[in-house]
Design a protein. Structure first.
Lengths: 389, 130
């Protein structure tokens, strides 16, 4: 396996000290948890403060072993000049005049660690390994933060596109009305106004779904985890879609059984059922069916919502749980959706360490299956910390 | 007033938003154009062959980011003779470094399109006035 190389700069006016450090680190290979292979060190030397500053600019070493007493400027001066630019570097001070005061002062000036002279090669290596671990941890954390920023930017780009699209459509239609492209009678514009209202409703839904989603993702939402019976939740969700289902002759089936208790936040459970059941109605055909099943085994709680709707191709199903993915085709263009409902469901399911899957056949229907781990131990939050109550 | 003496000019609109296509159709048909619609680039390229439009209006941001430019590039490579216009949300043309000349575009329209500007531009390009 490749080894990771860390650049080291040793700053000391004593050539013996410089070559000693170089020798001690030259063939040293350290194992740290942050990298797969081992790390080794490449050592450069500087005999004065100015040389140290010059070499730091040029070589960007990750570790600097810095002597306090230098012939030109002091180690503190070097520290002060370096500390604004040491994003991925650590500075270890070396001194023969070790005292608590200098150590505190060095730390205040941005030093990471402190090595008292004289030290053995092993002490140097131990310090180097510890610092290397910290450097690599910093690099990794920075990379993660960058990835997060990138994802966030992508999310916002797509979001702004999704928010601009209905505005452009509505403006386009208003321009049609203004130019009287369909003639002078207002009746001719009914379909135009209907579509405008539809796009506004869709935009509103997007904003509400977005709020739900960001609340879950931010971890700011206070979760009220408690013993929750899922049956009345399903019944309540069914009531909210009953009118639309009725109108389109869609049969809603739910075998109300004995209580199905689960340790959960009732509002989150309602959000899950609401998204799945309203999708099952929205994307159904006239006279179709929606069936909700809850089953409890010692291994899992299983939630199944099936419909007899337009269904999905395998390719469409594979993207379904991503943010803003709406399957766009002639069959879905009049159906209200934000593209965030199912990604929200997935995120909620993940909060409970569960899984969600979809099985679907175009024009036959889809079945969404969620399996959640048994109620106890209590579910944990996304960041792995114990639950906020 | 639409020119009656000449044959109807056909415009192909490629945009993934059905309402944008519908609104453009209404504006264009009111001015005597015949309108074809495609919801994505792939479908659009096939429709070009079939209906041989006199001009094209292509949305910049469809399913894939900047897929509109891919369509324009391909049409240019195939030697499409008519004027092509790109449709872009405010700022997107700049953000994605749209080079109208390199893509062989006759122009870029920003959403929302001003119907009057669209009509006069198209009529001029297709030599329907003056």
């Amino acid at each position: 396996m490749d080894s990771t190389v860390l650049q080291v700069l040793v700053v000391d006016d004593d050539p013996g000290m410089r070559s000693g450090v170089s020798r001690a680190l030259a063939h040293f290979k350290a194992a740290v948890p942050e990298v797969d292979g081992k790390i080794r060190f490449e050592v450069e030397q500087a005999a004065s403060g100015h040389e140290a500053l010059e070499k730091f600019q040029r070589l960007h070493p990750q570790l600097v072993f810095l002597d306090f007493k230098l012939p030109d400027i002091t180690g503190f001066d070097v520290l002060d000049q370096l500390s604004p630019q040491i994003a991925d570097s650590l500075i270890i001070m070396m001194t023969a005049y070790a005292s608590i005061e200098t150590a505190v002062r060095a730390t205040k000036h941005g030093a990471y660690d402190f090595l008292a002279k004289p030290f053995t090669p092993d002490e140097l290596r131990t310090t180097a390994r510890k610092a290397a671990e910290q450097v690599l941890f910093k690099i990794k954390a920075k990379k993660l933060a960058e990835e997060k920023r990138k994802l966030r930017f992508e999310f916002i780009s797509v979001l702004s596109h999704e928010l601009k699209a209905p505005l452009a459509a509505i403006e386009g239609y208003l321009n049609v009305a203004k130019a009287q492209s369909l003639g002078a009678s207002i009746d001719a514009y009914t379909p135009v106004f209907d579509r405008c209202v539809f796009r506004i409703e869709q935009m509103r839904k997007l904003i509400f779904d977005l709020l739900d989603l960001t609340r879950i993702e931010s971890g700011q939402k206070i979760r009220h985890l408690q013993e929750t019976d899922l049956v009345p939740i399903v019944q309540r969700v069914l009531e909210t879609v009953a009118a639309e289902a009725n109108q389109r002759g869609i049969e809603l089936r739910f075998d109300a059984q004995n209580a199905v208790p689960y340790y959960a936040d009732p509002a989150e459970m309602e959000m899950i059922f609401n998204n799945l059941v309203s999708n099952a109605v929205k994307y159904n055909r006239e006279g179709g069916q929606v069936e909700i099943q809850l089953s409890v085994t010692p291994e899992a709680l299983c939630i199944r919502v099936s419909d007899t709707g337009i269904g999905l191709t395998e390719q469409e199903a594979s993207r379904l749980f991503q943010d803003f993915v709406r399957i766009r085709n002639a069959k879905t263009q009049d159906i209200l959706g934000s593209g965030l409902g199912l990604s929200t469901v997935k995120k909620l399911v993940q909060l409970y360490r569960g899984e969600i899957h979809v099985k679907s056949t175009p024009d036959v229907g889809s079945t969404f299956t969620i399996s959640l781990p048994p109620s106890s131990p209590p579910p944990i939050a996304e960041n792995g910390e114990s639950e906020r109550r | 007033m639409p020119e009656r003496s000449i044959q109807k000019k056909t415009i192909l609109v490629i945009d993934d938003d059905p309402d944008i296509r519908a609104a453009l159709r209404m504006v264009l048909e009111a001015e005597g154009f015949s309108v074809g619609e495609s919801a994505n680039g792939e479908e659009g390229l096939k429709t070009v062959e079939r209906i041989q439009p006199d001009a094209m209006i292509i949305d910049l941001m469809m399913e894939n980011v900047d897929s509109g430019t891919t369509v324009a590039q391909q049409l240019k490579a195939e030697g499409y003779p008519g004027p092509m216009y790109m449709l872009s949300s405010a700022g997107d043309a700049v953000r994605y470094n749209l080079d109208a000349r390199e893509l062989g575009l006759a122009g870029i329209f920003q959403k929302p399109i001003d119907p009057k500007l669209l009509i006069t531009t198209l009529k001029k390009a297709l030599k329907m006035v003056g």
